[in-house]
Design a protein around this ligand. Structure first.
Ligand SMILES: Cc1cc2nc3c(=O)[nH]c(=O)nc-3n(C[C@H](O)[C@H](O)[C@H](O)COP(=O)(O)O)c2cc1C
Length: 353
């Protein structure tokens, strides 16, 4: 019997837990189509909001990859998997109406491939966000991603995009969205907080159907030749190294709010095994976003194939993975003592009286 790769996020079933996450490669129809055809369970398209200044931000975007010496390296599929991606980005350049029309057209294509097309709204002001969400629902789209945790909130004008750090305020935004639409609302929260589990808890308390965690961190990279900051400002940074941080949030959130609340992992996944890792930590599905900008849509195809091969090899269904490692998490007081173990991890000439 073929492996069961399906997963459930509340009332929504996906043919597999791999979701193409939003970034610049999912602005135009060609990219969205390629993501749908890669075989992923869902595609979340580049976000819209109502703020012209946030759209204009896209025209100020800059992108680079760094190697482990913080030297810029070419942006192409030969880049090493360990590269760090740094950028400033903005909203979809499309005005809302054509953005929605395109989403509806792409949703039809997605249905033909048993794929879920996910429109994504980024919080600017809650009034217009709610109004856009109503139109998303009226247009027949099946679920909504609502991003209240964009990395750049502190770097741009108030009201352009939100990096919501207060569980109470986040709850208020989610409640307003919940009151406005009846389709599932998946809330994407920031990682720039020590309170990710509380942010997620508040989202669920106020009617979210899933929480996507966690948005990227900000970084600042001085250039030792020019003495200036790379691209002049703070950058959203990400890379493979973010996977353990995402898994930490998934496991701790599952522990804090219970196993029945669907979590979606994002930030640092590149492969099918990375998807398995985030699911073992507690995710019901996993988004892969920026690596596709560098390595192409084949990366999604490879992730789908590798994930399915992994399930075959382990004789497991996708849903068997959710939270298995997270639920074995121990506190430091519960792990075995290892007297003197630290001595094996310092230079030899660090030992001795
Ligand atoms: C260039 C770029 C553009 C992005 N645009 C969006 C966006 O429009 N909406 C959104 O919710 N997230 C956006 N993100 C965030 C990604 O969806 C994702 O949360 C983040 O990159 C971490 O996941 P990854 O390691 O798979 O890239 C963007 C990220 C990058 C790098």
């Amino acid at each position: 019997m073929a492996t069961d790769t399906t997963t459930r996020i509340g009332q929504t079933t996906l043919k597999n837990p791999i979701i193409a996450g939003p970034a610049e490669h999912l602005i135009e129809a060609a990219g969205i189509r390629n993501a749908i055809r890669s075989g992923v369970g869902a595609v979340a398209i580049k976000s819209a909001n109502e703020v012209d200044a946030a759209k204009d931000q896209l025209e100020r975007s800059e992108y680079t990859l760094f190697d482990e010496h913080w030297r810029p390296i070419p942006w192409n599929p030969q880049a090493p998997r360990a590269a760090t991606l740094a950028c400033r980005s903005g909203m979809s350049p499309l005005p809302f109406e054509p953005w929605l029309d395109q989403a509806v057209r792409m949703d039809r294509e997605a249905r033909d491939h048993d794929c879920l097309l996910i429109p994504s709204l980024i919080l600017g002001e809650i009034g217009p966000a709610v109004e856009m969400a109503r139109q998303v629902e009226q247009a027949g789209l099946r679920v909504l991603e609502f991003n209240v945790g964009v990395p750049y909130g502190s770097q741009t004008k108030k009201g352009n995009v939100a990096t919501e750090l207060s569980p109470d305020r986040l709850g208020g935004f989610v409640a307003a969205m919940r009151a406005a639409v009846s389709i599932p609302v998946w809330v994407k929260t920031t990682g720039q907080s020590e309170r990710v589990p509380q942010l997620a808890g508040s989202a669920f308390d106020n009617g979210a159907d899933a929480v996507i965690m966690a948005g990227r961190l900000l970084g600042f990279v001085p250039d030792v030749e020019t003495l200036a900051p790379v691209f002049g400002t703070s950058l959203g940074i990400g890379g493979f190294w973010n996977l353990p941080i995402t898994c930490q949030w998934l496991a701790m959130t599952r522990k804090a709010i219970g196993p029945d609340k669907p979590l979606i992992g994002i930030n640092g996944a590149q492969t099918g095994l990375d998807v398995a890792r985030m699911m073992l930590a507690g995710a019901s599905a996993v988004e892969i976003a920026s690596p596709v900008m560098v390595y192409g849509f084949e990366l999604l195809q490879r992730a789908v194939a590798e994930f399915s091969e992994y399930l075959d090899r382990k004789g497991l269904a996708a849903r068997d993975l959710i939270g298995v490692a997270g639920d074995q998490h121990k506190t430091f007081m519960q792990v075995d003592r290892r007297p003197g173990n630290w001595r094996n991890y310092v230079p030899a000439d660090a030992l001795g009286t």
